[in-house]
Design a protein. Structure first.
Length: 458
């Protein structure tokens, strides 16, 4: 595979970042392309391709974001270790010789807006068009278990069922982090008691390739500090105000030479808006999600949809669309909003408010939180080899696991402690999944439920 300039057969500046051959897999008359990348020295900088969009055809056609299959650690622009995409994947309906692409390179983005740190970089600011050229005359057939062999951050275990659990919600969040992040430059820190803040933060964490860890209000426990140290994280994003996470926690982090940024408003709604603004700095999302800020049971599994495209999650008071949400929509590229939950949570009036902004809307709702999670799962990942099961009764575990949905390319479904609601069992059977992750200990989701799910997968 080669990377050529957009309008000539001259090698693109990014061609030297290609790492090995492309892998192309054919299934059901569709082609899945996998391309690996490495760091690249140019203009006295060391950069990485950290975003890739694929045009449907010409450079003026629609484009879609390539999936990140694998990640790796390498030095960043400041010489510090950081996680970057290693293998990108995308699908086409045919075997193609030339594929038009749009690339994001951290160094080019930094130059474009004169950024002094990664927090200041507007991802995609220095985007460039290019072309991938595949020479099929040199193609070799390989076995399905061969391919790009860099480290995978997901769970590739052959186990049908795997439980991720700690002694409490804080330990469970740490367990999720340990099992899925070898390292991370950034950590998102949320309240272990205020689920609304963590609910709004899942897309932000995914965009930063960051785990979500939980803390108590007045004190950050040693095990949480130890996990931040293990990750070799240099930055912590605190979500929520001083009522959720005290200034002492921030001071304790700074005393460990960690850079801290707090995203907070006067209440949970304003905090979600601050998180959305931060996310939209580097992600020009065209869609957003709106949930009821006080009746967020329906929204527990919204990460299935949100993290897939890094969509902002906006909390609303349930009566009418807030002025802040209207401002965010007006200042962004948002053209569609997903309303999560029924009209008892977000009434019909909200639909009219959205229409008035010349924005489309779609409501995803079921009879209860479980059926809603099933509908979100079907919408986001209609067919997936894996599902993630979390408690519909203990929201914190589900929220800490939000980052897993994109990493595992799997939806999150909610279950009860001792039973699987009918809507969930139906979705599991329809999805034809072969594996599942269980979030939380036996006090949260019993082994009886685990055994029943294993039976559904057989």
């Amino acid at each position: 595979v080669r990377m050529l300039q957009a309008h000539s057969d001259t090698a693109s500046m990014g061609e030297k970042a290609l790492d090995g051959n492309a892998i192309v897999r054919k299934k059901d008359n569709k082609y899945s392309y996998e391309v690996a990348f490495k760091g690249l020295e140019f203009m006295n900088m060391y950069g990485h391709l950290w975003g890739l969009n694929i045009y449907d055809s010409s450079f003026t056609s629609s484009k879609s974001e390539a999936r990140v299959l694998k990640k790796f650690m390498d030095k960043n622009l400041k010489g510090k270790q950081m996680e970057f995409p290693k293998v990108f994947a995308f699908d086409k309906n045919s075997k193609e010789n030339t594929i038009n692409i749009e690339v994001y390179v951290d160094a080019m983005d930094a130059i474009k807006n004169n950024a002094q740190s990664y927090d200041d970089i507007v991802k995609g600011a220095g985007r460039q068009n290019a072309r991938l050229f595949l020479d099929w005359s040199k193609a070799k057939k390989i076995e399905d278990n061969q391919g790009n062999d860099s480290d995978n951050q997901g769970n590739d275990s052959n186990e049908v069922a795997k439980r991720l659990a700690g002694d409490d919600r804080y330990e469970t969040a740490i367990k999720i982090s340990k099992d899925n992040f070898k390292s991370a430059d950034t950590v998102v820190l949320a309240s272990g008691t205020n689920s609304a803040d963590a609910l709004a933060a899942s897309s932000l964490a995914t965009s930063k390739s960051a785990p979500i860890l939980l803390t108590k209000r007045k004190k950050i426990e040693k095990n949480v500090f130890d996990e931040i140290k293990r990750l070799n994280a240099n930055n912590v994003i605190v979500v929520g105000g001083k009522v959720s996470i005290s200034e002492k926690v921030v001071s304790d982090l700074k005393n460990k030479n960690i850079t801290v940024k707090r995203l907070a408003g006067d209440n949970r709604y304003e905090t979600s808006y601050e998180i959305a603004k931060e996310l939209l700095k580097s992600n020009k999302a065209k869609e957003a999600i709106i949930v009821n800020g006080f009746k967020n049971a329906d929204a527990l599994s919204v990460s299935s949809l949100a993290t897939k495209e890094n969509l902002p999650i906006l909390l609303n008071d349930g009566n009418r669309l807030s002025k802040d949400i209207k401002n965010i929509v007006g200042d962004s590229n948002i053209k569609k909003m997903y309303i999560i939950g029924g009209r008892a949570s977000l009434p019909r009036r909200i639909e009219g408010n959205i229409k008035a902004l010349d924005v489309e809307y779609e409501r995803l709702a079921g009879e209860d939180r479980y059926e809603t999670s099933s509908k979100i799962a079907k919408y986001a990942y209609q067919n997936s080899d894996k599902v993630i099961l979390a408690s519909g009764e203990n929201s914190i575990d589900a929220l800490a696991a939000g980052v897993l949905t994109k990493m595992e390319k799997a939806p999150m479904l909610l279950v009860q402690k001792r039973r699987i609601p009918k809507s969930i069992s139906n979705r599991i059977e329809e999805s034809k999944a072969k594996k599942f992750l269980l979030i939380g200990g036996e006090k949260t989701i019993s082994d009886r439920v685990k055994d029943k799910v294993e039976g559904l997968l057989k």
